[in-house]
Design a protein. Sequence first.
Length: 100
Amino acid sequence: MAQALRPNTAGSLFATDGKTHPLQDSLMAATLALGLIAFVTSFFHGLHLLSSWTGLIGLFTGLYGQWISITTRERFGLILGLGASGVGFLIGMANGGLFG
């Protein structure tokens, strides 16, 4: 009956090891925020500087976060942020680039 006392996290998409990971969680939140900013500002032609720079910084932040990530939950959030950062970066580059 010992298995009844332990929570079943093995089947969850957001499985965690039960420990806190403040650095990884901070990188995930920063990557998601930068990706969201880059993605939203890429729709406005005049904001290509903001879009391309936040996308580039979001890509580097997300790649480092992927390198040190531990749980699936962290990797899932990082991939979403990396995708949004990449789209924002590329559209910002197409609209004028990093230096205008």
